[in-house]
Write a protein that binds this ligand. Structure first.
Ligand SMILES: [Cu+2]
Length: 171
């Protein structure tokens, strides 16, 4: 199994005064790390006709926060079926930044792609950060059944109730 790792970095520009001179200092911070895995999961490979990827995706919209800046996911309960293709439209209609963090869930799915703006990302995703007004479309197939927790780990948000659950079942 070949594994490629690609890291996306965000650039920060900082102005510093030193001995009367102005310096621009570039700082790199890790935004997210994506693992591109060059094998296709068994459940996908088993469907050698490729029908799985041709089946229309069931579309679900999930809001991170709302226009009243309430700290919650809407809906906060998702029920998915393993082997089906989904398109989750993530939206942040609030004035705050939020995360969609469901690491165990993300470990048990196969992500076909994520589209955000004009960028399409392919590969495993474990966490998404949505800035105010941001939208992202996540197309994936859940592979592993289970009950998974979802939360926004920004300090205070989980505590205020920005949590949810995702249930993946066989039918
Ligand atoms: Cu949040």
């Amino acid at each position: 199994m070949k594994k490629f790792s690609i890291k996306l970095f965000r650039l920060h520009t900082t102005l510093r005064e030193r001995q009367g001179r102005t310096y621009f200092i570039l700082q790199l911070s890790l935004l997210l790390s994506l693992n591109f895995i060059s094998y296709v999961p068994e459940a996908i490979a088993a469907n050698s006709s490729g029908d799985l990827l041709k089946q229309p995706a069931t579309e679900i919209t999930v809001s991170l926060g709302n226009s009243a800046n309430e700290l919650k996911f809407e809906p906060n309960h998702l029920e998915l079926i393993a082997g089906k293709r989904y398109l989750i439209q993530l939206k942040n209609p609030s004035q705050l930044k939020h995360y969609f963090t469901a690491k165990d869930f993300a470990d048990g799915i196969w992500t076909q792609k994520i589209e955000a703006g004009k960028v399409e990302i392919k590969g495993a995703i474990h966490e998404l950060e949505l800035k105010p007004g941001a939208e992202a479309a996540w197309v994936f197939v859940p592979l592993k059944t289970g009950k998974y927790s979802l939360r926004c780990p920004i300090p205070g948000h989980t505590e205020a109730g920005m949590i949810g659950e995702i249930i993946v079942s066989n039918s």
